[in-house]
Write a protein that binds this ligand. Sequence first.
Ligand code: C2O
Ligand code: CU
Ligand code: CU
Length: 507
Amino acid sequence: MNVSRRRFLGAAGLVALGAASFGSLALSGAAGQTAELMRSRARLPEPFRVPLPIPPVARPVRSDASADYYEITQREASVELLPGLRTKILGYEGMFPGPTLVSHSGRRTVVTHRNELAVPTAVHLHGGHTPADSDGYPTDLVVPPDWDMMHDMGGGTVAVGHRDYTYPCDQRAATLWYHDHRMDFTGPSVYRGLSGFHLVRDDEEAALPLPQGDRDIPLMIVDRSFDADGSFLYPAVDPTMRVLHGVEDDYMEGVLGDVLLVNGAPWPELEVEAARYRLRILNASNARRYQLSVPGVPFAHIGSDGGLLARPATLSALTVAPGERFDVILDFTAHRPGSTLTVRNGLGTGGTASVMRFRVTRRATDDSRVPARLSSVPRLDPARAVRTREWHFTREIGDEPRWLINGATFDPRRIDADVSLGDVEVWRFVSDLHHPVHVHLDPFQVLSRQGAAPAPEDAGWKDTVDVKPSEYVDVAVRFGDYAGKYLMHCHNLEHEDMAMMAVFRAG
Ligand code: C2O
Ligand code: CU
Ligand code: CU
């Protein structure tokens, strides 16, 4: 990241950049987005023709008294995402999404990741309360056995061929996800397929009468663009993902695709019974924000990034930024067999205005309900905060387009903040454009937006918050248990790759 790897922008480029930075969002592509649309060249499929795939649940290769052990091989595969076309992906087990891991709270999960790709990787469990050496620090790599370490790998630890990640899972039930986190290349790695769900379950949640089994559905929503031959289109400066990082200048605000995939399928349909369903919504897109609604069926919002809310809330629409998760209950009991209900995206136009569809197939018995009380969410009291820190997220104006936190680009060797385990702190995120801000190690609670009340989407324990243009958001956070270096960063993956990350050291 120290080396200047991007071509020098001419005077015209500088003028354009300045205008985009200080000018209006009219220049920044679609409404509600800090990103640019990349158009597919492939013929796009009709919506609602393919069934929603459900990623398979991984089985442990062995278990002992205290832990379950898994093996995942990261490899290339050619899969059918668009009907009739093949797409080369980078996949956990050659799948996109990868297999779903399921852990029980308090029981250790050890995952051996084997890298059979052509490039290094780092695996991060997003939302995991994880010791630093298993958190997927962007320079703690798993390199392919034949990788030539010709250039500086950033001073991290390098494992050749495979690496064990240990997750104590000492945390409450929640919808987590795992994805690649290699320095400079997270955007293309995730875009090409390296992401999957990791669910943590616990007894408290299991005792609730929520929908379960086939009626508990993970939904990974992403946008992608496809070339005429079915391959992913991504404007990488270096498509080999070996040396040069970042995207072409036009896309530095972020990459939007024109195809919406849910669990890897374009605009799929899910057949449901006339019953209640729990949906675990994850926005795993590089840069796209969604405003989801299902006309005729309100969301009962029951959980956020860090697990169950104290009590459910009814929402008619839900804005979801990259990295965020929302657990909701949709109640189809009043809907007749044969009826269809479409998930709309209020921030999309044309094809991206709808996401997927439900088709009610038959009546069914359903003894689930949404209890008025779900869990307890003890409040982190900002009056107890020992300090307040400000984090400013801005675009750098200059010859090299980059994204900054507190005026600096990411340096994996620099410590940007020292925090004491157990202290409550107030963090203020201050933003120029849209920046979904994510903090590793522990979740936080949103206190206010612009000094006023938080949004409904901010309820509960969060690890990613949707900070909007020219906005500041205050959160309370307290880190526990694990000392070491952790990241906080923008989860717009193009911003992240172009250096919008900072390091805090817990101890
Ligand atoms: Cu989902 Cu630091 O990442
Ligand atoms: Cu994370
Ligand atoms: Cu950002």
